[in-house]
Design a protein around this ligand. Structure first.
Ligand code: ZN
Length: 314
């Protein structure tokens, strides 16, 4: 073998060896960072059941193309499809967390009252469904305040949980968490995490405070499998496998996920129109299977578990 070629082969072996060592080290660090206490073990498995209450046309991808003011002229299906969700939860005798769009509360207050009167948790999902990454801190706070005041006036209770449209907050958006905390939000569910560092709820520290984050996690292949279009697109057996495999799952659905007759509109791209109907006829059955085979919690119940296990305190 020529000398240069032999050296190249040797380099490859060294690189593979050190890559293996680095991967083992990362796995070890993750293992020791995960609290292995009794309290920790009693918290999991934890499957949080949530619904984002918005209409079929409230998709943030399309938000920039038209004014929210034309929403009231589009045929609304949010009441009918949320009714389907409430019926399904009633059949299972289950409670869930409903992240309601402030705009929906403004136009359909009786729907919010109905969800609340059935014992479900009401949380905030912004007022105008803007992606917070495109908002100034002032605009973000204005939207949060409008959503909270609208929903709180309807239910007569303080709201303490928030989810940004499209899970569009990042773990380093401390400015946004400061605003949420200043407005009475204690629990957030707006961050989408890759597998690192942990696939479980985390406490995000801001300069002055901290907030408990229930993130949306992805599968090893980077797919946020546990709700919405991804849940509808993937094979049911694969979803069932992932839910059993992960100790923490954040289930998230929209009323439109259960409607096989979502309207087509030229306001949307061909892809969005297609996605709005993809496997919507099967979604209810597939979610039923998950609910029959897995215990689920509301966000509030999960927070109670955290408090009980003293994991919210240093
Ligand atoms: Zn949304």
């Amino acid at each position: 073998m020529p000398k240069a070629e032999g050296l190249r082969g040797c380099h490859k072996l060294v690189i593979i060896y050190f890559s293996f060592l680095a991967l083992s080290f990362i796995k070890f660090v993750n293992y020791i960072r995960k609290p292995q206490t009794t309290e920790y073990r009693t918290l999991f498995p934890m499957n949080i059941l949530t619904f984002d209450i918005e209409d079929w046309f409230h998709t943030h991808q399309n938000r920039q193309y038209y004014s929210g003011h034309i929403w009231k002229d589009l045929p609304s299906k949010v009441e009918f499809n949320t009714g389907r969700i409430l019926d399904m939860l009633g059949e299972h005798d289950l409670k869930a967390t409903f992240f309601v769009l402030g705009w929906v509360g403004e136009h359909y207050p009786d729907l919010v009252k109905q969800i609340h009167s059935q014992g479900h948790e009401i949380a905030a999902h912004s007022h105008w469904h803007h992606n917070p990454q495109f908002l100034s801190p002032e605009s973000f706070e204005k939207d949060v305040k409008l959503c909270l005041s609208t929903l709180q006036n309807i239910i007569g209770e303080k709201i303490t949980a928030y989810r940004a449209p499209g899970f569009n907050l990042k773990i380093n958006d401390k400015w946004a968490f400061e605003i949420l905390l200043a407005n009475g939000i204690e629990v957030d569910s707006s961050v989408e995490l890759w597998k690192m560092p942990k696939n479980i709820p985390v406490i995000i520290e801001t300069p002055e405070n901290k907030i408990l984050e229930f993130p949306l996690i992805r599968s090893t292949f980077g797919i946020p499998y546990s709700g919405g279009g991804y849940f509808r697109a993937l094979p049911q057996s694969y979803i069932n496998y992932l839910i059993k495999k992960h100790e923490y799952n954040l289930l998230y659905f929209h009323p439109r996920d259960f409607d096989s007759e979502n309207p087509y509109t030229n306001l949307f791209s061909f892809f969005r129109n297609w996605l709005n109907r993809l496997n919507t006829g099967k979604c209810k059955n597939n979610l039923n299977t998950i609910l029959l085979n897995n215990k689920t919690h509301t966000l509030k119940q999960a927070v109670e578990k955290y408090k009980k296990n003293s994991l919210l305190h240093d």
